[in-house]
Design a protein around this ligand. Structure first.
Ligand code: AMP
Length: 291
């Protein structure tokens, strides 16, 4: 088991990527660290699909609002590197803030209008501008043939699909299914913030999605009815403060009336101070088989 090559400089990463691409295909898995099995499922899918794998670890200040958790976002570099060594990752790209954003707040921004202001974008102003800007930079720095993202962040997937299409990035964006704890809670670095009480209360998101999903399976096509079901289940847990409960088109993130042609059921809520998101995609077969 060899250690991944750790690279902090953009110039060195670009050079290493160019060399790796001469030998075969190259995958990128962008992360903010504090790795869990959800991240590792992306790494395994990348490993299976490409000859070489880069994992980036960068807690991107540009995607956090002024009152959000940038400072206290979990950081666990030593154990992250141990995981990535076990997964036989070739390169770990860990730039610091000055390397990624030398122009500070005056640099070029990538904006995906409309889609970027829906779902999470409506509650976290500027969030998807920060995501799109950093991911565009990571694509230019690492030059991947394929880039791997999780369905867990469904709005992010919609924003990045639009960006890849609109800016003609020469790569394939691969979306992997949400990895869950045995009781259904979607894995997230932010789950570390939850007390055991809050951890139990957080299961309401999965309960609401599961209930609506099984109603859809039993033939209910009306999006409003499915949304009502999710709202009812969410309201049974007073500790969960809802941000949104929506049934939308997975590409445009606009509300739909009928789920026959596919739908994204999506919820965001706060439990304690922790913001949680989860979703179910119908039908789920839009993503490739991962992990
Ligand atoms: P993050 O470190 O939270 O920015 O996540 C990095 C990548 O991992 C993103 O593409 C996420 O969608 C993905 N991811 C996070 N949690 C999960 C999960 N539970 N299942 C699958 N992918 C995930």
């Amino acid at each position: 088991m060899s250690n991944p090559e750790l690279i902090a400089s953009i110039a060195t990463m670009q050079e290493a990527s160019r060399r790796a691409k001469q030998r075969g295909t190259l995958a990128l898995v962008p992360t903010m660290g504090a790795l869990h099995d959800g991240h590792l499922s992306l790494v395994r899918a990348a490993r299976a699909a490409c000859d070489a794998v880069i994992v980036s670890i960068f807690v991107n200040p540009m995607q956090f609002g002024p009152n959000e958790d940038f400072e206290r976002y979990p950081r666990s570099l030593d154990s992250d590197l141990e995981f990535l060594k076990r997964e036989q990752v070739d390169f770990v790209f860990l730039p610091d803030k000055a390397e990624m954003f030398p122009a500070g707040d005056t640099g070029t921004l990538v904006e995906v209008p409309q889609i970027g202001n829906r779902l999470d974008g409506a509650f976290r102003l500027g969030h998807f501008r920060g995501v799109a800007t950093v991911v565009a930079k990571l694509f230019h720095i690492t030059l991947p043939d394929m880039a791997f993202f999780g369905q867990k962040d469904a709005a992010q997937v919609a924003v990045l699909r639009a960006m890849v299409r609109d800016l003609n990035f020469p790569l394939k964006l691969i979306v992997c299914p949400t990895v869950r704890e045995p009781d259904g809670l979607a894995m997230s670095s932010r789950n570390r913030y939850l007390t055991s009480n809050e951890r139990a209360q957080s299961l309401v998101l999965y309960r609401a999605l599961s209930q609506a999903h099984s109603e859809a399976h039993s033939g209910i096509r009306n999006a409003g009815k499915l949304r009502d079901t999710m709202m009812r289940v969410m309201q049974d847990e007073p500790a969960a403060e809802m941000e949104y409960v929506e049934v939308v088109d997975p590409d445009t993130l606009l509300p739909i009336e009928d789920v026959s042609e596919g739908a994204l059921l999506a919820i965001a809520a706060r439990v304690g101070g922790t913001r949680l998101i989860d979703n179910v995609l119908m039908p789920p077969a839009r993503s490739v088989q991962c992990g």
